[in-house]
Design a binder for this molecule. Structure first.
Ligand code: KG4
Length: 339
């Protein structure tokens, strides 16, 4: 008999619910919150209110799409953290109530580990293309930039991370400086395809080990634009494609340099990427290039599993279910990094 898991994700500004049958996704519903666009970033207070409005219809749709009755659910998995506290509370409280009403176990999931385990989500029972252990995962999103050594589904160590801004934050903040709407990452990616990535160069950080830093790049981009606008007030508009391509190249180069170093020093050549920024075409191309040059075996998640989604919470919940790794109803969300 297969295990049916209902998964809930509400760590930031996407309300998502998924139903899995073992490791196969039956449904994965995501409600985005457009309310944040006009503010140029996620407004926590508005995010938690929108989760309150979305959570019941999103879960209902996930059950309907999966063609699963709520009484068939064997466990409820939810994102415990890290994330925005108000947003996490909505998903946590809902998951507890749902599990309690059905009399099924509750499974807490770490959002970051779930991004890594997104590589094990299957869309059908015969898909087999999953990374073997150990592997290195570059997790890059709006809040995180980490290199994670993955030894097993539940054995992961962060071996490098950003000491200031995340890669997605660098994309979004630089986009904002250019007057582009939030989130700027996807738009910078789109404009990059029409630009020359060697038109401009920006300073590279000097950080020890496998750690990252993006705040210097953001500042050098800001100063460069400020100086250029003094001479030509249309500078950004006239050069936006080249600016985006050059900026994207700088961010991707920073990410790949440390990933290459980590691969070289650990001897691990099974490499995965995860998180919202793993949708970036420049990063995907770079990974592709390295797979040929360095003989890496690379894993890039399906586009729909790169950004926040409940399917990744479901797959993490499934592996915990197999180990009877359940949590009590006294569990509270955590906002900050906890591995
Ligand atoms: O993982 P995610 O959906 O949310 C969290 O950070 O929790 O990641 C969102 C981030 C944003 O910073 C967004 O700009 C970035 O991922 N992003 C991209 C692309 N698509 C999303 N950045 C660069 N290129 C993209 N194609």
């Amino acid at each position: 008999m297969s295990v049916k898991i209902l998964a809930i994700e509400s760590s930031c500004d996407d309300t998502s619910a998924a139903v899995l049958s073992d490791d196969v996704v039956l449904s994965n519903v995501i409600a985005n919150q457009l309310v944040h666009e006009e503010y140029g970033g996620v407004v926590p207070e508005l995010a938690s209110r929108a989760h309150q409005q979305n959570i019941v219809p999103v879960v209902q749709k996930a059950l309907n799409d999966a063609n699963v009755n709520k009484n068939e659910i064997d466990a409820v998995a939810f994102t415990r953290g890290p994330g925005l506290m108000g947003s996490l509370l909505v998903g946590t409280a809902f998951a507890k109530g749902f599990a309690l009403s059905l009399g099924v176990p509750l499974i807490e999931v770490n959002h970051l580990q779930a991004h890594v385990l997104a590589h094990f989500i299957k869309d059908s029972s015969d898909s087999t293309n999953v990374p073997g252990f150990p592997f290195l995962c570059l997790l890059v999103s709006g809040g995180n930039s980490q290199i994670i050594l993955v030894n097993d589904y539940d054995k992961m160590d962060i071996i490098g991370q950003t000491i200031d801004d995340a890669a997605g934050e660098a994309f979004d903040k630089c986009a904002k400086v250019m007057g582009l709407p939030y989130p700027g990452g996807p738009l910078i990616d789109k404009y990059s395809k029409m630009g020359n990535d060697t038109a401009y160069s920006f300073s590279k950080p000097k950080v020890a080990g496998y750690n990252y830093s993006f705040s210097g790049l953001k500042t050098s981009f800001l100063y460069f634009l400020r100086d250029s606008l003094k001479d030509n007030e249309n500078f950004i508009e006239e050069n936006k494609y080249d600016l985006c391509a050059s900026l994207q190249k700088a961010i991707v180069d920073i990410l790949m340099d440390k990933l290459e170093l980590a691969s070289m020093q650990t001897g691990i050549r099974t490499i995965a990427i995860a998180g919202g920024v793993s949708a970036n075409s420049g990063l995907r191309d770079a990974l592709d290039k390295y797979s040929h040059l360095k003989k890496w075996k690379t894993y890039i998640p399906k586009f729909s599993y790169t950004t926040d989604n409940a399917a990744m919470i479901g797959i993490s919940g499934y592996y915990k279910y197999l180990k009877n790794d359940f949590c009590s109803h006294e569990v509270a969300p955590f906002a900050r990094l906890n591995f």
